[in-house]
Design a binder for this molecule. Structure first.
Ligand code: PEP
Length: 256
């Protein structure tokens, strides 16, 4: 089963809508059709930048796709400050990140809320990039696999095979996010492989083989190739390095 690699840039709370246009233009000038034949490239700007990115991508018929960093579990109504899946779909979003560790940590998002958000994304034909991964104490105790699998189970409860087939799962060990301390390719493969095995158990082999599983955590152009060489790693979720267009393009070329 061949899965097209995906490199997604999580801009976090960086770049205003004008800076977003500049960054996407710089990316667009660097990529060629040959790049896009080999890899899907996504940017995940803040909500306030999405309309500008949409205008640029549509106007210039760019092959870069985009998405949001979160969504509400609700579709509409009295939820001040929230953004719905319907609103993101209307803006042409392909992806939406769900359950990023920074949301789990700073906004107390638990597996039940993550599960509700996954279902909300699918209701609006958005592809979730479901983030899972262990913190340092769990890693030190050697419990990274059961911990991460429990997060996958919680996020996918009640989600059918037809939808799960299109999901993207990002394994992001929390100790590696923004720390410069990247997991080894073997660390990444251990957990990504375990996630795929779990998907085969929860659904079937066909579903497990279809799902793209990314690694995220201090990915840079000089560590991408090793991680991408692992059989169950289908791409990367890139935070800090995605703000530097030259570096992000190199990552999308797997360090070449
Ligand atoms: C992230 O925010 O998902 C991430 C992986 O960040 P960084 O690449 O900066 O570690």
């Amino acid at each position: 089963m061949s899965r097209k690699p995906l490199i997604a840039g999580n801009w976090k709370m960086n770049k205003n809508h004008l800076e977003a246009i500049k960054l996407v233009q710089e990316l667009a000038f660097s990529f060629t059709d040959k790049d896009f034949d080999k890899v899907e490239v996504a940017v995940l700007p803040p909500f306030t930048d999405l309309r500008s990115v949409q205008t640029l991508v549509d106007g210039d018929k760019l092959r870069i796709v985009y998405g949001a960093q979160d969504l509400s579990a609700h579709d509409a109504g009295a939820y001040t400050g929230e953004i719905s899946g319907a609103q993101l779909a209307k803006l042409g979003c392909t992806f939406v990140t769900i359950g990023h560790s920074e949301r789990r940590q700073y906004h107390v998002e638990d597996d039940a809320l993550v599960n509700a958000k996954v279902k909300a994304a699918f209701r609006h034909e958005l592809t979730p990039i479901l983030c899972v991964g262990e913190g340092l104490p769990v890693r030190q105790a050697g419990d990274q696999v059961p911990h991460t699998i429990a997060q996958v189970d919680g996020a996918l409860a009640g989600v059918g095979a037809a939808q799960v087939k299109s999901i993207v799962i990002a394994y992001e060990p929390v100790w590696a996010i923004g720390t410069g301390e990247v997991a080894t390719p073997e660390d990444a493969q251990e957990v990504c492989g375990a996630i795929r095995t779990r998907l085969a158990g929860l659904y079937d082999r066909e579903v497990a083989d279809a799902v793209r599983i990314l690694y995220g955590g201090s990915v840079k152009s000089d560590n991408t190739a090793g991680i991408m060489a692992k059989p169950d790693v289908d791409g990367a979720l890139v935070g800090g390095a995605s703000l530097d267009p030259g570096e992000f393009v190199k990552i999308c070329r797997f360090g070449e």
